[in-house]
Design a protein around this ligand. Structure first.
Ligand SMILES: Nc1ncnc2c1ncn2[C@@H]1O[C@H](COP(=O)(O)OP(=O)(O)OP(=O)(O)O)[C@@H](O)[C@H]1O
Length: 239
């Protein structure tokens, strides 16, 4: 048996009569970074929701850290930190009150809560209300929330959405830093340059179908500097 953090076998998702994600198999080893790449409505969030256990696949099985959701939901969830897309924190709370709320839910000490805010450069503004935060600052708070418990698997849906160029580049660096600390990371993105910089593997999706999956280094080797853009454009053109 390999050292897999994620093992998805025969996974698909149907909503009503519509096949949202076609059946696929995928394994990701511990300590690796995966980027889910695809346009609007490709199925990225649907795969992420199945991975974190918010929704169950119509067919197939998902294992995280050797645990199936149905076997042991608590242990399954304990492995995962999740940054959803499109999430609004309670706007009446300050950033500090917000992160402490999530920390206390998980039995995490204040020192760690502060450390995560420092990591996303929000410690100094932590006593400001989240209502006064920009979209990018809220994204960074959401990122901090996902990191609180130092999860073995960090799953992020469109994490760079709303981030300025500085924070987009910083995000890629943070992913590499977290990888070096041993985390396994999955994130979805429209930004192929972020995928190229931070990911070891990429999955290209379109209309719920995986068109290609492979090592970023191999895509780069085969297609040069603009490897991922080239692959994506060709895959869509060949559809
Ligand atoms: N609850 C639902 N009911 C019906 N259709 C759904 C539902 N959830 C998702 N879909 C459809 O499934 C498809 C995939 O959606 P999904 O949100 O996974 O895409 P995505 O790749 O994350 O897109 P985006 O980049 O726009 O966020 C879309 O066509 C969407 O309309």
């Amino acid at each position: 048996m390999g050292n897999e953090m994620i093992d998805m076998q025969g996974v698909s998702q149907k909503i009503g009569k519509q096949l949202i994600v076609e059946p696929f198999d995928y394994k990701l080893e511990q300590g690796q970074v995966l980027a889910l790449c695809g346009g609007n409505g490709a199925g990225k969030s649907t795969i992420i929701r199945m991975l974190v256990g918010i929704s169950q696949p119509t067919t197939g099985t998902v294992e995280v850290g050797g645990v199936k959701w149905k076997q042991d939901r608590k242990r399954y969830a304990e492995n995962i930190g999740y940054m959803p897309d499109d999430f609004n924190f309670g706007a009446t709370l300050t950033a500090w009150e917000t992160i402490r709320f999530y920390a206390q839910l998980k039995g995490i000490k204040d020192a760690r809560a502060l450390e995560t805010l420092e990591l996303v450069d929000l410690a100094e503004v932590r006593h400001k209300k989240v209502a006064a935060f920009s979209k990018g600052m809220r994204q960074r708070l959401l990122f901090a929330q996902a990191l609180l418990a130092k999860p073995a698997l960090l799953v992020m849906d469109e994490p760079t959405n709303g981030l300025d160029p500085y924070w987009t580049a910083t995000f890629a660096q943070l992913v590499l830093q977290l990888k070096a600390e041993g985390h396994t990371i999955v994130f979805s993105t429209h930004q192929l340059d972020v995928a190229a910089e931070a990911a070891d593997e990429a999955i290209f999706l379109n209309h719920g179908r995986i068109l290609s999956q492979g090592r970023v280094s191999e895509y780069r080797q085969a297609n040069g500097e603009h490897g991922l853009h080239q692959v994506f454009t060709q895959l869509i053109a060949n559809q």
